[in-house]
Design a protein around this ligand. Structure first.
Ligand SMILES: NC(=O)c1ccc[n+]([C@@H]2O[C@H](COP(=O)([O-])OP(=O)(O)OC[C@H]3O[C@@H](n4cnc5c(N)ncnc54)[C@H](O)[C@@H]3O)[C@@H](O)[C@H]2O)c1
Ligand SMILES: O=C(O)C[C@H](O)C(=O)O
Length: 331
């Protein structure tokens, strides 16, 4: 029996993500929580002939607690998206409180759940979650993930376009660091299969992965940011976590984790100085079972990207930690 929850289920990401989770045979119960319209989304999905039983919850009468109680896995896309001209950090003032409030509920009613955070700015919301869980005495770094899968999905797609590789799903590329602009570091030298393009094309490829989110924000012209590709990416990561929970071996996917709480993470922490960092993670029945070090054999260009990443990421992490330890409990 596996209970999955989507917090922010009525939103642009929440709805297609909930649809994909409803199709997943590993899930027996799917609880949808939002501050609006979650009952409608749940009623709609509940007619689909797959095993997961769907329920919807709104805030009144402790709906959040009821939705998340004893959940095994909780995916959080709750919060406002960007409009053109905004950075992800501009979302902090609203989304920090939303994530803090949801994690306070989770700490109380589902302290063992795997928590997958999509809400931006991921570089700060994941540290907020960790601090809240630590304060409540239930932090398990192996079960807290910032979802950076969309950066990998984009890198795979853009490599296929540039290199003419027809089998995009066979491409494997680590994207490390954080999830915004220069903190996103695609390691094209470690792509499999390897490919080769000139320096100019490589620089353009790096830039496109780092700023792929802006491309979508601009095209949507005020109507939000990536939702469908994010739902795909969020489901891809959640499904990998679920399969690993179920005993499947050899599953590796990058995710933004608290390095010192994941086996193998300490040496990456020492090399980067960042407490939270996205690296390839080997998933297992205990969640993040091993952080794989991608920092050996970086090219000079990748070293330069890494330096810019760590310089910016430290501030984003600190901002989240400071907020979590100073803001009052959320209502
Ligand atoms: N990690 C990534 O790669 C990635 C990719 C795309 C978007 N995002 C982020 O995901 C978030 C959601 O994006 P979206 O396009 O779905 O936005 P959206 O506005 O369409 O949906 C957000 C939903 O969250 C709900 N919500 C707000 N406060 C809530 C609370 N306290 N509890 C439960 N639900 C609450 C809203 O009612 C809404 O339905 C944004 O912060 C966006 O920046 C992250
Ligand atoms: O760009 C955004 O604000 C949303 C998301 O982080 C993305 O990368 O698409």
């Amino acid at each position: 029996m596996v209970k999955a929850v989507v917090a922010g289920a009525a939103g642009g990401i929440g709805q297609p993500l909930s649809l994909l989770l409803k199709t997943c045979p590993l899930i027996t119960e799917l609880a949808l929580y939002d501050v609006v319209n979650s009952l409608g989304v749940a009623a709609d999905l509940s007619h689909i002939s797959t095993p997961a039983k769907v329920t919807g919850y709104l805030p009144p009468d402790d709906g959040g607690k009821k939705a998340m109680k004893d959940a095994d896995i909780i995916v959080i896309p709750a919060g406002i998206p960007r409009k053109p001209g905004m950075t992800r950090d501009d979302l902090f003032n609203i989304n920090a409180g939303i994530v803090k409030g949801l994690i306070e509920i989770i700490a109380e009613v589902a302290p063992k759940a795997y928590i997958l955070i999509i809400s931006n700015p991921v570089n700060s919301t994941v540290p907020i979650a960790a601090e809240v869980l630590k304060a409540k005495g239930v932090f398990n770094a192996q079960r807290l993930f910032g979802v950076t899968t969309l950066d990998i999905v984009r890198a795979e797609t853009f490599i296929a376009e540039v290199s003419g590789n027809k089998s995009v799903q066979s491409i494997n590329i680590p994207v490390i660091g954080g999830h915004s602009g220069e903190t996103i570091v695609p390691l094209f030298s470690q792509a499999k299969p390897s490919f080769s393009v000139d320096d100019e094309k490589l620089a353009a490829l790096v830039n496109r992965v780092q700023f792929g989110g802006d491309e979508v924000v601009k095209a949507k012209d005020g109507a939000g940011s990536a939702t469908l590709s994010m739902a795909y990416a969020g489901f891809r990561f959640a499904e990998k976590v679920l399969k690993a929970m179920n005993g499947e071996k050899g599953i590796v996917e990058p995710s933004f984790v608290y390095l010192q709480g994941v086996p193998g993470g300490e040496e990456i922490y020492k090399a980067t100085g960042c407490e939270f960092f996205s690296v390839p993670i080997e998933l297992g029945t205990n969640g993040a079972e091993k952080a794989l070090n991608p920092l050996t054999n970086l090219t000079d260009k990748e070293q330069t990207l890494l330096k810019a990443c760590t310089e910016a990421l430290g501030g984003h992490i600190k901002k989240g930690v400071t907020f979590a330890n100073s803001a009052p409990p959320q209502k």
